[in-house]
Design a protein around this ligand. Structure first.
Ligand SMILES: [Zn+2]
Length: 139
């Protein structure tokens, strides 16, 4: 039962958890060499993993990630609360440029989230990507 707890509170809690997760995973931003305070994040894409039937889709997902085809990657918004997922986040650096992180998010809350990849994009690519994304949250 969720009595007494509004959905807004739950969304805020999960956003805070994501901010903390990204701060921990990034450690120091490779662009500005500082801990990622004053950086903002937005979720770019997600896809379910950990099941053979998603293997081909997952391979395409990582191909798009590695080749920086962010708008095609954005078409992936798969999520199932009962399954593991790979979530891609954009983290905007105030110095210009951004990091794009692929993080394995485990359905089992006690299994640690794992960084699968980190791509660094320059200010021009970052501006093109960031204007397409909504719901930016501060880390
Ligand atoms: Zn930075």
């Amino acid at each position: 039962m969720l009595s007494g707890v509004s959905w807004i509170t739950i969304v805020k809690m999960s956003e805070n958890a994501t901010s903390q997760l990204l701060a921990r995973i990034v450690g120091k931003c490779p662009i500005c060499k500082l801990p990622p305070r004053r950086h903002a994040w937005s979720q770019l894409a997600s896809t379910i993993c950990g099941d053979p039937s998603f293997q081909e889709s997952l391979a395409n997902f990582f191909q798009l990630f590695r080749t920086h085809e962010w708008m095609r990657l954005r078409a992936y918004q798969g999520f199932d609360p009962m399954r593991d997922a790979v979530v891609v986040y954009a983290v905007r650096c105030p110095d210009g440029g951004a990091l794009v992180l692929a993080v394995r998010s485990n359905f089992d809350l006690y299994a640690p989230d794992e960084l699968y990849g980190c791509e660094i994009i320059d200010a021009k690519a970052s501006d093109a990507l960031c204007t397409q994304l909504e719901n930016w949250e501060d880390i």
